[in-house]
Write a protein that binds this ligand. Structure first.
Ligand SMILES: [Zn+2]
Length: 452
């Protein structure tokens, strides 16, 4: 049985065999958060997706052979804006959001990466890379700004599979008279007196966002490493620019060998956006939904596909986990059969993997011991069923307590439907409530309810 992992590479637009540069030293870099606001469900997706990929790599290659790096961007225009808007210092803001981000990761049961470097701790290396790019004529300075000159890099646009003209037309690129070409991007820029700044050969200023990831990935993983990941929205310009900077500064034609990108998240089929007011922070979710439910919900769709976040999805995952948590006591074993692993090896096909878990669960509930073992190990591999049963059940009770009002209003809806003779609707409401763990009983002209 072969344990060959195959992954879809954005760079080649093909599914490829994953062959690390050195299987004793496998490296993965994932773009982390810009710590200016609480992360939302769209940000939770790459956290969970790349956590599953990390867990799979650990399984395939062994713990001491994987280096997983996820940076923290703690200097950026958005951070400066948010600190002004909220009237708190930049340090206070970035510390608060970073701490909250780590709590979110814990809530989602994501393993800690080996390194979580902060941008502000690598400013010197960023200045060095900028100097190097200037020296070799890949960049130019204009009025204290340093820009990367995109036309000097022949492979620009390869990751997005677009020629520069298409890139200019298709996206918002920052317009500035200081640039030679609209696609040129900032490596270093001056700061206003009240903004954070560092001394540099071009005066007091700060680095561009793209430069941060080129420096930090290079520092921890080397000039050429295995996997670089992030959300689909980062392909252009962020990742395209990382490739240009790193290849030119390092004088290489390869940066990361495999590029993996997760799809977008919509909310009830709408695009999530501040103006629509439909952005749910992970922090808000923590009191309402168990992190395991969020995790399973995010893994039910293949990571490359768009994912719609809605009540039904959450309810289904809640029901699945209710069943899974309460049926078997916990055991720890390390073996996972190749057959079960297969969907994950084929470009991290979590929906197919989860459907195998369902059938194992069914066999296990009929008393099949081997299935039970495999089911539990299989859940653990993707970070599920790792919580204590008490914690899981405790959460369930709190959740239902909070929802008491909505249970009552649903019962009222059902009574009204019955009065109108719409028994079909009445029955549907009863079933909906049941799926939430609420059983209703009609006693005389009154309806009472209890938890299952
Ligand atoms: Zn990045």
């Amino acid at each position: 049985m072969n344990k060959q992992l195959n992954i879809f590479n954005t760079l080649s637009r093909k599914k490829e065999k994953f062959i690390p540069n050195n299987k004793e030293k496998v490296g993965m870099y994932v773009c982390g958060p810009t710590v200016y606001d609480f992360p939302h469900i769209g940000n939770a997706r790459p956290l969970v997706v790349f956590d599953v990929i990390y867990r799979l790599l650990l399984k395939l290659y062994g713990k001491e052979k994987i280096t997983y790096v996820r940076n923290i961007t703690d200097i950026d225009d958005k951070i400066i804006e948010s600190s002004k808007k909220n009237n708190i210092s930049i340090d206070e803001l970035t510390n608060k959001i970073t701490k909250n981000f780590q709590q979110d990761c814990h809530y989602l049961n994501c393993l800690k990466p080996n390194f979580e470097p902060k941008a502000t701790e690598h400013i010197n290396e960023m200045i060095e890379m900028t100097q190097n790019l200037l020296k070799n004529n890949f960049a130019y300075e204009n009025n204290k700004h340093v820009y990367f000159s995109v036309q000097k890099f022949k492979n620009y646009g390869k990751l997005s599979n677009k020629v520069p003209e298409e890139l200019i037309a298709g996206t918002r690129v920052e317009i500035s008279k200081l640039k030679k070409n609209p696609l040129d991007f900032i490596l270093w820029k001056p700061s206003k007196p009240e903004e954070p700044s560092w001394d540099s050969p071009w005066g007091k200023g700060r680095p561009g966002w793209h430069l941060e990831c080129s420096v930090m990935s290079g520092k921890f993983l080397g000039k050429n490493f295995d996997i670089h990941g992030g959300g689909l929205d980062l392909v252009f310009p962020h990742h395209e620019n990382e490739i240009a900077q790193s290849c030119c500064a390092n004088n290489t034609d390869k940066f990361a060998n495999y590029w993996m990108h997760n799809g977008f998240v919509t909310f009830n089929k709408d695009k999530m956006s501040k103006s629509l007011g439909n952005i749910v922070s992970i922090k808000e979710m923590r009191n309402k939904i168990n992190g395991q439910v969020v995790r399973l919900s995010l893994l039910k769709t293949h990571y490359k596909q768009p994912l719609d976040w809605n009540e039904n999805l959450i309810r289904e995952s809640q029901n699945t986990l209710n069943k899974w948590y309460t049926q078997f006591e916990k055991i720890k074993i390390n073996d996972i059969e190749d057959d079960l692993l297969q969907p994950l090896l084929e470009d991290i096909n979590t929906p197919a993997y989860i459907s195998k878990l369902h059938s194992l669960y069914n066999n296990a509930s009929k008393g099949d011991k081997a299935s039970k073992k495999l089911f539990l190990t299989g859940c653990n591999l993707i970070g599920l069923l790792e919580e204590d049963l008490d914690k899981w059940q405790g959460f369930k009770k709190t959740k239902l307590k909070i929802d008491e009002k909505s249970v009552k209003s649903k019962i009222l809806d059902r009574e009204n439907a019955r009065k109108k003779g719409d028994y079909k609707l009445a029955d549907k409401i009863r079933k909906d409530l049941e799926s939430l763990g609420v059983v209703i009983e009609d006693k005389g002209d009154k309806t009472v309810w209890k938890l299952k």
